[in-house]
Write a protein that binds this ligand. Sequence first.
Ligand code: ADP
Ligand code: ZN
Ligand code: ZN
Length: 695
Amino acid sequence: MKRTELGLADSGPGAVLRVAVDAPQHSGLKGPLDYASEQALASGSLVRVPLGKRELLGVVWPGAAEPAEGLALKPVAAVFDALPPLGADWCRLLDFAAGYYQRSVGELASAVLPPQLRELSPAQLAARLRKLDRKPAKAVALPEPVRPELAPEQAAAVARIGAQIADGAAKPLLLFGVTGSGKTEVYLRAAEAALAAGRQVLVLVPEINLTPQLEARFTERFAALLPEPLAIVSLHSALTPAQRLQNWLAAHLGRARLVLGTRLAVFASLPKLGLIVVDEEHDPSYKQQDGARYSARDLAVWRAHDLRVPVVLGSATPSLESWQHAESGRYERLTLAARIGGGALPKVRLFDMKALPPSAGVTTALTAPLLAALKERLARGEQSLVFLNRRGYAPVLHCGECQWKSDCPHCSAWRVFHKRDRTLRCHHCGFTERVPHACPNCGNHDIAPIGRGTERLEEQLAEALPGARVLRIDADSTRRKGELEAQLQAVHDGEVDILVGTQMVTKGHDFRRIRFVAAVNPDGALFSSDFRAPERLFALLMQAGGRAGRDAAGESASEMWVQTWHRDHPLYQALARHDYVRFAGDQLAERRSASLPPFSHLALLRAEARTADAAKAFLDAAAALLPDAQVLVYPPVPHAVARVADVERMQMLVEAGQRVRLQAFLREWVPALIALKREHKAVLRWAVDVDPLAI
Ligand code: ADP
Ligand code: ZN
Ligand code: ZN
């Protein structure tokens, strides 16, 4: 194709196309750009177009181009004509998400399409498509799957979803049920109904680590119904680029009938989408935390509404946003009140740290009564899980002579002591050094760790319980590919007596043998400045407790042990009764009186600079840009970890009573911020986070 610049006047019979191309929001180019094309192309077609000195992937966007008079348009460089265009619904989703989260549509499109599309030429993509068609179908006849008979509440839930599939949906469905209450079985039946109606099904999970487990369960159920290759695919960022493209193409062509994935899968092209499931809908992982900061859960709800297809949000501890929607009637609640097979929820024991005699080692997380309880389980050959949400050996090293502490020279944070490799590591910027033999400040040889992380807990457990097989699972122990799978398998195979881990182990894993779960130091979140911290702690503890006693056949009662200095705290009291409803009611009352979400709507403007003053000056100026009586702009404050890698981080909260009000404000504010930034050269980065999760 010719690369000459085509003037409009002499472009002859050619067309002018709007193309969404990856121009970052901050460049000020918000919408699609205009290009000349020799032929008219359907919207949703993938193309390559020149931008500046580069050539980028673009999507022909719906809507008529309105090129400025007399402006010379550059021509489209190449067309991916072997690929059917992306659907109008996909473009609507991208338009909505880009507008709502204040990004350019091209930037978002480029972020959510498979990365390989950016690298391949049309000919190469056509070859991939041909290869996909050549995958042979399995000839073996598979046995019909065994479906359990549904419990009455499950049957009612499945019937409601089925009715929505038949009628073209209505309200989002909140499937509220504790771990083991049979939610996944409801997803399977609902999926079956949608598949039988010839539709595609999208199932979202919060963690990549959970996809193999779920994939196995769906494959087992649907192998006979969907024998064709690529009929069931997963989509997440741990796939190789080639796999990810292959699976994405299968979904786009309608060959993949069932797509399981993490948050990015909400943007999959699914021409026959008929049902969306969001499992563990409360999980913060559904929120993308950098770039285009979108909530996959919220976009799933939007997409389902747009397509008039059902969306099922499942959780034992729904987000307070979703719960409030159910309370107000915007969502329809489907409740599974009991565990399948009558398996009891673990008995919660709130262990009062104040009741320990002062000498009884309150400095240790392994209290004598906890050790005794672990020993008892060990003697019975039962597995236990000890949960501590802090990795490393100790959060800080300390010199008793001069009070030196192992702070990070680049961050406002301590460097964590990792004993195994004898390093001090900053968990924020990654700065790592060998542990010094003596205090770097005064030379004292007697420097000691303060506090504990999972590594130290593992060591202390092994010392206190000789012969016990202790395994630690956290981000450090699972760095290498395949390690997590191997470790989980060891737990499943009963090769582990005591599992020590961070929240990584509390999520979703179907541990059958664990009968005792201990949270050794959960109090921190009670007093966090983040108003969502209690909600997260409650969900985490319920989920951790849900790991115990999933196997109803066990003889001994399962137990959850919570060590706390605040036994009477309403959060723990509700936890002890497994009373999410009570907890949610209390929290929502507090949120209402403080005008916090879901009773108000927030956006966060973040700014980073070498000095806090420079970041603050930008935020102060931003606050003065657009006075609006219905929008409250709070004063700038430092981020919870104010300095990371020698960069100061400040943030400023924007609040409105109505979502539409906030959106209207942001639509004007963000372009003004782009202009403002040009005057604030010292600001390195800034970003707007709509509906922020971490404050
Ligand atoms: P959840 O997703 O809520 O944790 P699951 O759907 O995984 O619950 O169900 C828990 C266990 O009970 C699983 O082993 C599942 O196979 C089994 N199960 C679910 N529904 C039924 C049923 N109606 N009859 C018998 N077993 C069931
Ligand atoms: Zn010292
Ligand atoms: Zn650091």
